[in-house]
Design a protein around this ligand. Structure first.
Ligand code: FAD
Ligand code: NAD
Length: 467
């Protein structure tokens, strides 16, 4: 029987990054993954494939709607969904192969099959053919991730009532798609098909889209997406969704309590994800899940059983790949006797619509609720020369700073390349910069980053230069 210093169950961004760091720190490391490809949700059915399709659909959208104004004549542009999906699959294959390369390079032993606890130091691995391998291990990291969630009445049948996984492998461009949930997945995958010509109708329970982000972002994104043809039905309570063969019919109660129905060829259910622990046989290790299905951990990411740790989507906190990665490194270093740290306040959130949405730190709503006195600075993207040159004029940057000390407390933006721009704010906040610090830093011209400087100027001195 093989024996390891550490065994990691699940090869998503939490698990595979933990494996690399454990190996770098000299631990004999095993990584168990039930699927044949490594990388978990993120690489196979999440971050990477969704961004591949977002890029393809954006190129198509630009060719149809924006090329002419740029002086580029293209006749009869057509979207080839089969080729888009094939390219996406190729991107997945290359990226997953890259993880296998990294495991080999770091001498991490990969075991393919479902990992189940026999006890807190013994794990069985059952492969697809049913063959069992048993290993022993000093420590364990559970990194088994999450699966799409749904509520009664909206159970996905994976044919017409679909989850993000099926939406990433469509064989046709739908004429109309209902999207339950105006959160990250609904708006990203809604954007993919909306750009290809699908009529997107969002049915959202809350009173705004992306309801957990700063309210100004939901407002701006609603404006942008409505212009692109999205229809939004807010404060709607979904009762049921039925597959009628060639269509789906969704019944909901609107905010007045009236029953309303929607019909389309597909319905994407995107109401969040739930932690995944099936098959782990947690009880055998002395573990259980809480009422949200998560594995409870302390500040050291340690479960109630001291040699077993858990990270990523299967524990509390944001379900984000970069958060899972940070936790993977954290646990590896913790086990190696180091004193790592994660600043959960500075985990940025991004929505890959166009323009992108990105945020870090506190929202205005959170600051108000906490009674913190703050200043607001904002700047519209349309005032940038860079934005007019690229014809990307929608969006804004908002900087929130402490009223007394000027320390930056939150930065929120809808902007071209906001996913990359937000890192200036994350870095500044990690060093506890003031709004004035950013306002006094020279930003290259013409760039979108100038909007951050201008919003910081507005926050610190109540004046921007270019509005
Ligand atoms: P996962 O990536 O879910 O990996 C868990 C792995 O464990 C899986 O491979 C699973 O097969 C394996 N496993 C489970 N049980 C067992 C077992 N018993 N034995 C062996 N193996 C097992 N996040 C971002 O930060 N940015 C994005 O742009 C982004 N886009 C997304 C788009 C979509 C459509 C979706 C669905 C998610 C997206 N996410 C994004 C979220 C991101 O994918 C997750 O937060 C991240 O993958 C979580 O990583 P993880 O390591 O915790 O788990
Ligand atoms: P989400 O939490 O972002 O959005 C779910 C939305 O559904 C919310 O707006 C919520 O109010 C709404 N909702 C909940 N119940 C509803 C109901 N019964 N009827 C109508 N609406 C309802 O979840 P998601 O979009 O499914 O994404 C799941 C997770 O994956 C998220 O935690 C996210 O962090 C992660 N993810 C991240 C990215 C990214 O970082 N760009 C992309 C995709 C997914």
């Amino acid at each position: 029987m093989s024996t390891y210093d550490i065994t990691i169950i699940g090869s998503g961004p939490g698990g595979y990054v933990a494996a690399i760091r454990c190996a770098q720190l000299g631990m004999k490391t095993a990584l168990i993954e039930k699927y044949n490809t490594l990388g978990g949700t993120c690489l196979n059915v999440g971050c990477i494939p969704s961004k591949a399709l977002l890029d393809s659909s954006e190129h198509y959208h630009n060719a149809v709607h924006n090329f002419e104004e740029h002086g580029i004549d293209v006749k009869s542009v057509k979207a080839n969904i089969t080729q888009m999906i094939n390219r996406k699959n190729e991107v997945i294959a290359q990226t997953c192969a890259g993880i296998k390369f990294l495991m080999d390079k770091n001498k991490v032993e990969v075991l393919t099959g479902v990992g189940s606890f026999i006890d807190k130091n013994t794990i069985s691995v059952k492969d697809a053919a049913g063959a069992l391998t048993t290993i022993t291990t000093k420590n364990v990291i559970i990194a088994t991730g999450s699966k799409p969630n749904f509520f009664p009445g909206m159970e996905p049948d994976k044919k017409r009532i679909i989850t993000s996984t099926e939406a990433l492998s469509m064989t046709e461009i739908p004429k109309k798609m209902l999207v339950i949930g105006g959160g990250v997945i609904g708006l990203e995958l809604g954007s993919v098909y909306g750009r290809l010509g699908t009529q997107i109708e969002v049915i959202e329970f809350a009173s705004s889209i992306i309801p957990t982000m700063d309210a100004s972002l939901g407002k701006e994104l609603t404006r942008v997406l409505k212009k692109e043809g999205f229809k939004f039905n807010l404060e709607h309570r979904v009762q049921k969704v039925e597959n009628k063969g060639k269509s789906v019919v969704l019944t909901a109660l609107n905010k007045k309590g009236e029953e309303v129905t929607f019909e389309a060829d597909y319905c994407l259910v995107a109401v969040g994800r739930k932690p995944y622990t099936e098959g782990l046989n947690l009880e055998a290790a002395g573990l259980s899940v809480n009422n949200r299905g998560q594995i409870d951990v302390n500040d050291h990411m340690q479960t109630t059983v001291s040699n077993i740790y858990a990270i990523g989507d299967v524990v509390r906190g944001a379900m984000l790949a970069h958060k899972a990665e940070e936790e993977g490194v954290f646990v590896a270093e913790q086990i190696a006797g180091q004193k790592p740290h994660i600043n959960y306040n500075l985990i940025p959130g991004v929505v890959y619509t166009w323009p992108e949405v990105a945020a870090v730190g506190k929202t205005e709503e959170e600051l108000k609720a906490a009674g913190v006195e703050y200043k607001v600075g904002s700047f519209p993207i349309k005032a940038l020369g860079r934005a007019r040159a690229s014809m990307d004029t929608a969006g804004l940057v908002k900087v929130l700073a402490d009223k007394t000390t000027d320390e930056i407390l939150g930065v929120h933006m809808v902007a071209p390349r906001a996913a990359d721009l937000i890192m200036e704010a994350v870095t500044a906040m990690e060093y506890r910069a003031s709004a004035e610090d950013i306002a006094r830093i020279c930003h290259p011209h013409p760039t979108y980053s100038e909007a951050i400087k201008e919003a910081a100027l507005d926050a610190t001195e109540g004046r921007a230069l270019h509005v």
